[in-house]
Design a protein around this ligand. Structure first.
Ligand SMILES: Nc1ncnc2c1ncn2[C@@H]1O[C@H](COP(=O)(O)OP(=O)(O)OP(=O)(O)O)[C@@H](O)[C@H]1O
Ligand SMILES: [Mg+2]
Length: 140
């Protein structure tokens, strides 16, 4: 388990960039943390580091958005936000089966704790608010 205390958004972005550089394709990044903890901010930084030029917004009204990218052998980045899901959901029921475990795809899921069957090898990123701009970021 790796843990960081970051003092502002810029430091969060650095942690996200650092993660991006370690990705090869096929990974699932499972984000959790309260409202406003910085999950979307983290995904935006990750996406930028992967070369996505479009603005990443939280897919609030659709569950997932797919972006075309060109990063190593990865050509798709999938951003999922489970906030609106009511109960505990199955990855395959929400249509993620088409995107998991392909080495040309990286998936990032906000509110991943609402998913019952996260793969064991998911990269878990938990964000906690310490104060205004400070966050604790825990990888497991
Ligand atoms: N160190 C930090 N890391 C991340 N975000 C920060 C930090 N400091 C301040 N912020 C601010 O906190 C807010 C985080 O919002 P964000 O939408 O990323 O949270 P979220 O976890 O996705 O929330 P939600 O559950 O509502 O989707 C942003 O306004 C961001 O600028
Ligand atoms: Mg969000």
């Amino acid at each position: 388990m790796k843990q960081y205390i970051v003092k502002d958004l810029q430091e969060t972005e650095k942690v996200a960039k650092n993660l991006a550089s370690s990705l090869k394709g096929g990974e699932l990044i499972a984000l959790s943390g309260n409202l406003g903890a910085g999950k979307t901010a983290f995904v935006k930084a990750l996406a930028r580091a992967l070369g996505i030029k479009e603005e990443i917004n939280s897919p609030t009204f659709v569950l997932l958005k797919v972006y075309d990218i060109a990063y190593k052998k990865v050509n798709k980045f999938v951003h999922v936000d489970c906030y609106r899901l009511r109960g505990q959901e199955d990855l395959f029921d929400i249509g993620l089966g088409d995107y998991l475990n392909y080495d040309n795809i990286i998936v990032a899921i906000e509110w991943a704790d609402k998913i019952v069957n996260l793969p064991k090898d998911a990269i878990k990123v938990h964000l906690e608010i310490v104060d205004n701009n400070q966050r604790k970021i825990i990888f497991s």
